[in-house]
Design a protein around this ligand. Structure first.
Ligand SMILES: Cc1cc2nc3c(=O)[nH]c(=O)nc-3n(C[C@H](O)[C@H](O)[C@H](O)COP(=O)(O)OP(=O)(O)OC[C@H]3O[C@@H](n4cnc5c(N)ncnc54)[C@H](O)[C@@H]3O)c2cc1C
Ligand code: FES
Length: 364
């Protein structure tokens, strides 16, 4: 039976993964971006700065799920919030900007995500944050958390926007710089600045990332840590430039909102021609079904009516994560998984197909 998220009985274990939040306030940030603050549920929402919520909405009679990073910090902000930028032609981002209002109730999956760090008051970290557009959202929660939790830490933020008017949280960032002099420095980079803009202009490239690093960090030291979030191109440029400067990969954390994927014809031939059986252990119950040609394990499970958890369906958010108990899978995309999770045998059902006939996956 399909689990009905909008009319649920209490006390099922599955329910632990979902909750309903009531919108407290909506704040227009820029012409195309809005922050939605939620009332605290009971008990308070348990999340780490940098994690995201998966919203589950019914639009035109169809259930739609999308992930949105929390822009708030549980150490600072009384109410959790997400910031949503309209995407041209995008279904959910425009729906949220047009149809969310105080009092509305929204079904969500509990916070998930690995774009997080541990905070300690003795830390003397030097953080480099690089954000593009709506990628500032998780960075904002992390930045605020560092400022209040780590009095000896220093932050340099490089934030790329189209124009001054499109800078999300512009005033808040200015206020924080004033409040924490010497600890937070923000550099804006505008691709289409208004007349009179005296700051950096043009699109981000590797040279600009290197200049940002050399100006503020000089050379590599073990207390440095980098968080990068924005369009795919910006993240690749930033990661490549930082790696060329000698920053170890494990000190560069990335959060992807979207992947442009093109599958080669050869890949498709090899993985997509036969049906294979899988077993899924979901909330202690075992389900067996076939994964047909061109289907992922998640798609096949949803076709069977199983209430498997999911959100982005592109390997980024980890909502569909399960542990491979036996067999092997072809996983097209594992960007959302940490190296430790991959080593421990976790897979993403939305981007995996069974390789043999003995695949068993446990979903918690
Ligand atoms: C972990 C995670 C955190 C996220 N956090 C945020 C956030 O804090 N704020 C925010 O505004 N968005 C965030 N997103 C993106 C968000 O989940 C949606 O993808 C986005 O709002 C577009 O959804 P849509 O329904 O409007 O567009 P759709 O109707 O799904 O897509 C319309 C078209 O745009 C393309 N597309 C979809 N998403 C993107 C994208 N992000 N960039 C470029 N092209 C895209 C699609 O391929 C399609 O062609 C996050 C995504 C992930 C995975
Ligand atoms: S549904 Fe997001 S990673 Fe699979």
């Amino acid at each position: 039976m399909l689990f009905n998220l909008f009319n649920r009985e209490k006390s099922s274990k599955k329910e632990d993964n979902y909750l309903t939040l009531r919108i407290r306030e909506t704040v227009v940030e820029t012409a195309d971006t809005m922050t939605v603050y939620f009332e605290q549920p009971e008990p308070f929402l348990d999340y780490q700065p940098g994690q995201f919520l998966t919203l589950i909405l019914e639009i035109n009679g169809k259930q739609e799920r999308r992930s949105y990073s929390l822009c708030t910090s549980p150490f600072v902000d009384p109410f959790p919030g997400i910031t949503v930028k309209r995407l041209n032609g995008g279904l959910v981002s425009n729906y949220i900007n047009d149809h969310f209002f105080p009092g509305k109730r929204v079904a969500v999956m509990k916070p998930l995500g690995n774009f997080v760090t541990n905070y300690h008051s003795d830390n003397r970290q030097h953080y480099g944050l690089i954000a593009g557009g709506s990628g500032i959202t998780p960075i904002m929660g992390i930045l605020k958390s560092i400022l209040v939790n780590e009095p000896h830490a220093q932050i340099h933020l490089l934030y790329c926007s189209r124009s001054r008017e499109m800078i999300i949280f512009r005033e808040l960032l200015e206020d924080l710089q004033e409040k924490f002099p010497g600890r937070l420095a923000v550099s804006h980079q505008l691709s289409q600045p208004e007349a009179g803009w005296e700051g950096d202009r043009g699109r981000l490239d590797q040279e600009k990332v290197k200049q940002f690093y050399l100006k503020n960090f000089k050379s590599f030291e073990a207390n440095q840590k980098f968080f990068v979030c924005g369009p795919e191109g910006l993240m690749d440029i930033s990661q490549d430039a930082l790696r060329q400067l000698g920053i170890p990969k494990e000190l560069i954390l990335k959060e992807s909102f979207h992947l442009e994927k093109e599958k080669s014809a050869q890949e498709e031939d090899l993985t997509d021609v036969v049906s294979r059986p899988v077993k899924i252990i979901l909330e202690g119950e075992e389900y067996a079904f076939d994964v047909g040609p061109k289907k992922t394990i998640l798609e096949a499970g949803l076709d069977e009516g199983l209430d498997m958890p999911y959100s982005c369906q592109s390997g980024l958010c980890t909502a569909c994560m399960g542990k491979l108990i036996s067999g092997e899978v072809n996983m097209d995309e594992d960007a959302g998984l940490s190296e430790q999770e991959i080593k421990s045998g976790y897979i993403l059902c939305c981007s995996s197909k069974p390789k043999g006939s003995d695949v068993v996956i446990q979903i918690e």
